[in-house]
Design a protein around this ligand. Structure first.
Ligand code: ZN
Length: 153
C-alpha cells in the first residue's frame, strides 16, 4: 500500500502540490499541503534574444535604366564609345546596357549614377516596402510624365 509522502501514513492518497512538486499525500496532509503557499512558477523567459531590427537595404536597378542612361549620356554629348572609355568598360557592354540587354551591377550602376548624375538604383529598406532615397532630376520626371500622357491617350 502506498504511503503518504509527508507523514508516511498508509492511506488513500491524493495528489497535492507542494512547493512546486507533486506529492502523494493522505487526506490530512492534503489540508497541510493546501496551507503551504505554492511558489509561483517562474516566468518563462524567452531564450530568443531581441535582435536589432534588420535594416537591410535592398538595392535594385530601376527598370527604365536603359532609357535613363542613354538620355543622360546624350545630354553630356558623349557617344557610346566615349562613354564606355570614361567608364572603363567595353563599348559592347554599354550598347547592351542601353538596349536593356544587360543589367549593370550595383557597383557599375553607382559609377553610371555619378558620371551621368542620374538615379538608377532604387533602395528599399527592409522587406522592400518603403522606397527611400529616390529622387529623379526634374528633366527625368518631365520625361516620365510625358511618357505617361502619351500612353494614356
Ligand atoms: Zn499524511
Amino acid at each position: 500500500m502506498a504511503t503518504c509522502d509527508m507523514c508516511g501514513k498508509e492511506a488513500p492518497l491524493f495528489k497535492s502540490r507542494l512547493e512546486g512538486t507533486t506529492l502523494d499525500v493522505c487526506p490530512q496532509c492534503t489540508r497541510f499541503g493546501k496551507a503551504v503557499q505554492i511558489p509561483r512558477a517562474p516566468k518563462i523567459r524567452q531564450t530568443q534574444a531581441y535582435l536589432p531590427a534588420r535594416k537591410e537595404i535592398l538595392q535594385i536597378i530601376t527598370e527604365d535604366y536603359p532609357r535613363k542612361i542613354k538620355h543622360a549620356r546624350e545630354k553630356l554629348g558623349m557617344n557610346q564609345e566615349e562613354f564606355a572609355k570614361r567608364l572603363n568598360e567595353k563599348c559592347s557592354i554599354m550598347q547592351k546596357i542601353e538596349a536593356g540587354q544587360f543589367k549593370p551591377s550595383i557597383d557599375m550602376a553607382r559609377k553610371l549614377e555619378n558620371i551621368l548624375k542620374i538615379r538608377i538604383i532604387e533602395e528599399y529598406a527592409e522587406q522592400g516596402e518603403v522606397p527611400i532615397n529616390i529622387s529623379d532630376n526634374e528633366e527625368e520626371g518631365a520625361y516620365t510624365i510625358a511618357d505617361f500622357i502619351k500612353k494614356k491617350s
